[in-house]
Design a binder for this molecule. Structure first.
Ligand code: ADP
Ligand code: MG
Length: 943
């Protein structure tokens, strides 16, 4: 569709001007717009490519065809009335085609860049026709928007409508200015406007009506056309532009009135000059070429500003209809010729350009001169051709369309209008030059100074080097002499050292021999010393044994004396017993006797304590050397004595039990009596009770004889509690006497008592039964019997179940007796006897504690006897945890407890554990008990 066309490009050799035009090719290649993507209005696809310029110079432009749009005016009221059906024209906006009816059966189709039907809005028309051109102008290209068409088809409406009443009606001029102002910087850029009218080949200034004949000047070098006399008003706001346009319009009407013309006969031209400053691209070395091809090297340090100077030309052409046809009123022929001259010339030029004719008659009219850049020049040009819908104008419409078709063939070479801002560049370069000159001067001075200094230093260095060389020579000589001397000294000292070394070796050998002989002599002497010491120790040992034997003899004597004393105590105890019998008569006497007895017992225990302690001491000392047989013999003797004491004690136990009973009866008496207040009966009753108790023993003895033992024992199983209580008391009384014991056992007393203990929950019964069992558990046979009948377990259970101190005392007594049986030890321990015994210590009652201590002493004795003098590693007693209790109670204030514990300790001393424990517990403590002295001996034993 597009044809490439050569164009004339006026150029001429011109003197160098202050500004150097840069006609750089736009970067656009396949894009429709050189710079803006939206500039689709000029499709390069249809471009034929670059053309060489007429003068042969490469203009480096980008081809851009003139874009043509067709706009159909809507019918006006007249046309609507006339019922004139516009079927001669058919628009196909989607296909961008237009059909014109040639006749009834034939259409002619035309292709345009845009088809705008009657409903197309002003905004759309602006965007399609003018906006790409305006954007191009803002990028630095020249641009032209022009309307061509018959009068009354809407050229002025399309271009010059101000839209004061309806903003939507604003035409291209207003909208273009708004866009330009919005995109220009108020500080850097400038937008100025000239508004002109061309009528009868006269250019009038619409902004200054007095200028009614402006001359067109052309730059012979660039071919740029300008109107030097035209008013150029700088515009900053769209509003001021509107005012300007209004004023211009008013001037146009006034001028036309004055000249008696119509606006449709004149061409209106709005010329917008846009000057935009753009920062030049930072290149390593920007090179600007001037016209002569000389290049100018620009310093990198300058951020060069380029100025883009572009023009937008909006042309509202005169009506395209022929003057004669429109019946131009009263014009002279000459005038009429001029009226259409410009338009005709434009048509000719476009034809020439479209046909690629070698001659384009630009100079034929002022309009074509003013539009020389718009058609076949460097501007981006957009043409809107307006047509009316009425079939009356068919012929005019056809010619308008053909004009548009030809215009579409016109090819422009779009070029960027860019210049360097050489004035500012020059200023900057001059400043740079001054600075560089000053710098250069400074550097030169610095170089001179430095050179001078260097010269001076070089001379100094020369001198220093000479001096150093001299010194070095002297030093070298000195050091050579020293070296020789040192070598000589070295040799001498090596020789001396070798001699010394051989001497030392000889000495070493001699010393070794001497040391060996000394060592041997020392060994012999040491051996002799050891032998002497051994002999001395042997002698000491023998002396010690002799001394011990002597002391042992003394101890035996003491034992004899103690035995005699014990016999006398026994006798005294017999007496006491007698006295106790008398107790039945008088309670007071009884108490006295008891006190006396206790006192004597205390004394006896004191003396015994002493003896035992001594015995312990001697025993421990003796253990060091004395034979085991001797100790055993002594133990046997002691055992006999203990047995006797035990018997005495047993009797004491029974005695105290009876006393307790008696005391309780007596205590109960007055209470009961008090119920009866001061009744004369109370005294007599108390007296009666005492009598009853006093006569108890006699009664029992009588009962025993009368009823018989079997009967009494059977009463133990009576269902009546009272009967059982009485019966057990009787049996207990009988068991207290040794003579009855055998009979009781024979009659199954032990079994009955144990059964009673097992079955009864009554504290009195349990206490009395346990007492009886304790009495019976004196002989070995009875002990075995009790054990066989599970007696220990029963006693253990009772011990655990009760807290009554008297019952506990009896149970502890019974277990203590069982502890004295060597054969039954394991079983006793197995049945929990020892643990139960120790457990009873919870009752802090002195009598209970005494029985526990006795039991432990008995058990320990049996253990040591069973060991037969052999040193035993384990004691069942210790295993059951008796040791802490023993140690704790070794200082008990009750003498009986202390005594038994001492005895137990003596026996336990044969076991390893006690040593450790005694050392641990008593070692560093303030141990006031009698065995403290023994402890050290115990240590001696196990050392
Ligand atoms: P021209 O400048 O071509 O002689 P005008 O612009 O003066 O034509 O338009 C003639 C008349 O038609 C005017 O009254 C104008 O308002 C009206 N006119 C033109 N084009 C349009 C349009 N697209 N829509 C509405 N009215 C229009
Ligand atoms: Mg008009």
């Amino acid at each position: 569709m597009a044809f490439s066309a050569n164009r004339s490009n006026v150029s001429g050799g011109s003197p160098r001007s202050a500004t150097v035009r840069l006609e750089r090719a736009s970067s656009l290649t396949s894009n429709t717009s050189p710079t803006h993507p939206r500039s689709k209005a000029i499709p390069s696809a249809t471009s034929p490519g670059r053309r060489p310029s007429r003068n042969g110079r490469d203009d480096s432009g980008v081809s851009g065809r003139v874009r043509v749009a067709v706009r159909l005016r809507p019918r006006n009221s007249e046309e609507l009335k006339s019922d004139d059906v516009a079927d001669y024209i058919e628009l196909m906006p989607e296909l961008k085609r237009l059909k014109l009816r040639k006749n009834n059966w034939d259409f002619e189709t035309f292709q345009f860049d845009e088809i705008l039907n009657e409903t197309a809005s002003q905004k759309r028309v602006y965007e399609v026709v003018a906006k790409p051109v305006v954007e191009s102008v803002l990028e630095g290209y020249n641009g032209t928007v022009m309307a061509y068409g018959q009068t009354g088809t809407g050229k002025t409406f399309t271009l010059g409508k101000l839209g004061e009443d309806d903003a939507a009606d604003r035409g291209i001029m207003v909208r273009a200015m708004e866009d330009i102002l919005a995109n220009a910087s108020a500080e850097q850029d400038s937008v100025s406007v000239s508004y002109l009218q061309l009528y009868l080949e006269t250019v009038q200034d619409l902004l200054a009506p007095e200028k009614d004949n402006l001359t067109i000047s052309e730059d012979p070098r660039t071919g740029d056309v300008s109107l030097p006399g035209a008013t150029c008003v700088e515009v900053r706001h769209p509003k001021s532009f509107l005012e300007l346009l209004e004023a211009g319009e008013a001037n146009r009407i006034a001028a036309n009135t004055k000249m008696n013309t119509e606006s449709s006969r004149s061409h209106a031209l709005l010329l917008v000059n846009v000057k935009k400053s753009v920062k030049a691209k930072q290149e390593k070395e920007s090179t600007a070429s001037n016209e002569n091809g000389s290049s100018l090297q620009l310093s990198k340090s300058h951020s060069l500003m380029t100025i883009r100077k572009s023009k937008l030309l909006i042309v509202d052409l005169a009506g395209s209809e022929r003057v004669d046809k429109s019946g131009s009123e009263g014009h002279l022929l000459e005038e009429a010729k001029f009226i259409n001259l410009s338009l005709t010339a434009l048509g000719k030029c476009i034809n020439a350009l479209a046909e690629n004719s070698p001659h384009v008659p630009i100079r034929d009219s002022k309009l074509t001169r003013l539009l020389r850049d718009s058609f076949g020049g460097t501007a981006r040009t957009s043409l809107v051709i307006t047509i009316g819908p009425s079939s009356q104008h068919r012929a005019e419409t056809m010619s308008t369309i053909l004009f548009g078709q030809r215009a579409m063939k016109v090819e422009n070479m779009v070029k960027l209008r860019e210049e360097f801002d050489y004035k500012s560049l020059c200023r900057k370069l001059e400043a740079d030059l001054d600075r560089l000159i000053a710098e250069n001067e400074r550097q030169n001075k610095l170089v001179l100074d430095t050179e001078e200094q260097l010269q001076k230093r070089a001379e100094e260095a020369e001198l220093t080097i000479q001096q150093a060389e001299r010194k070095a020579k002297v030093l070298l000589e000195e050091s050579h002499a020293k070296k020789l001397k040192l070598q000589k000294e070295n040799l001498d000292s090596i020789r001396r050292l070798q001699q010394e070394c051989s001497l030392l070796e000889k000495e070493l050998k001699e010393n070794a021999v001497k040391l060996q002989s000394e060592k041997e002599a020392a060994v012999v002497e040491k051996e002799m010393q050891i032998q002497n010491e051994r002999a001395k120790k042997q002698q000491e040992k023998e002396e010690y044994i002799e001394e011990y034997q002597h002391k042992l003899e003394e101890l035996n004597k003491k034992f004899e004396a103690e035995r005699a004393e014990r016999e006398s105590i026994e006798r005294r105890l017999q007496e006491i017993e007698d006295c106790m019998e008398g107790q039945n008569k008088l309670e007071l006497d009884d108490q006295e006797n008891l006190n006396e007895l206790a006192k004597k017992m205390e004394e006896e225990s004191h003396s015994r304590e002493r003896a035992t302690r001594e015995l312990g001491e001697w025993k421990l000392q003796g253990a060091f050397i004395a034979s085991n047989e001797e100790i055993e013999e002594q133990c046997k003797q002691k055992e006999v004595l203990e047995k006797e004491v035990k018997d005495l004690k047993q009797q004491m136990l029974q005695l105290s039990y009876d006393t307790d009973e008696t005391r309780k009866v007596l205590e109960k008496g007055p209470t009961r009596v008090s119920l009866g207040a001061e009744s004369p009966m109370s005294l007599s009753k108390a007296h009666h009770m005492r009598e009853t108790v006093n006569g108890q023993r006699a009664t029992i003895a009588k009962l025993f004889e009368q009823v018989g033992l079997h009967k009494i024992l059977s009463l133990l199983e009576s269902e009546d509690v009272d009967v059982r209580v009485h019966a057990v008391k009787v049996v207990a009384n009988l068991a207290a006497e040794e003579s009855n014991q055998e009979k009781i056992v024979e009659s199954g007393g032990i079994v009955s008592l144990l059964r009673l203990l097992d079955s009864s929950q009554d504290d009195i019964i349990r206490r009395v039964a346990a007492g009886a069992i304790a009495n019976l558990a004196m002989t070995e046979t009875n002990q075995e019997l009790i054990m066989a009948q599970n007696g220990t377990r029963l006693l253990v259970r009772t011990a655990n179940e009760t807290d009554d101190p008297q019952t506990l005392r009896m149970v502890a007594g019974a277990i203590a007796n069982l502890c004295g049986n060597e054969k039954l030890q394991a079983r006793l321990r197995e049945d929990g006897g020892i643990i139960a015994l120790l457990g009873m210590a919870r009752s802090r009652h002195p009598d209970v504690l005494a029985q526990i201590a006795r039991g432990i002493a008995n058990f320990a004795k049996c253990e040591s006897r069973a060991a037969r003098g052999q040193k035993r590693e384990k004691s069942l007693l210790i295993e059951d945890g008796a040791l802490p209790w023993i140690v704790e109670n070794a200082t008990n204030e009750i003498s009986a407890v202390r005594r038994h514990i001492e005895l137990a300790l003596c026996h336990l001393a044969q076991h390893g554990e006690i040593l450790c424990y005694v050392i641990g517990e008593c070692g560093g403590l303030d141990c006031s008990w009698g065995l403290m002295g023994t402890c050290s001996h115990i240590e001696g034993v196990f050392a």
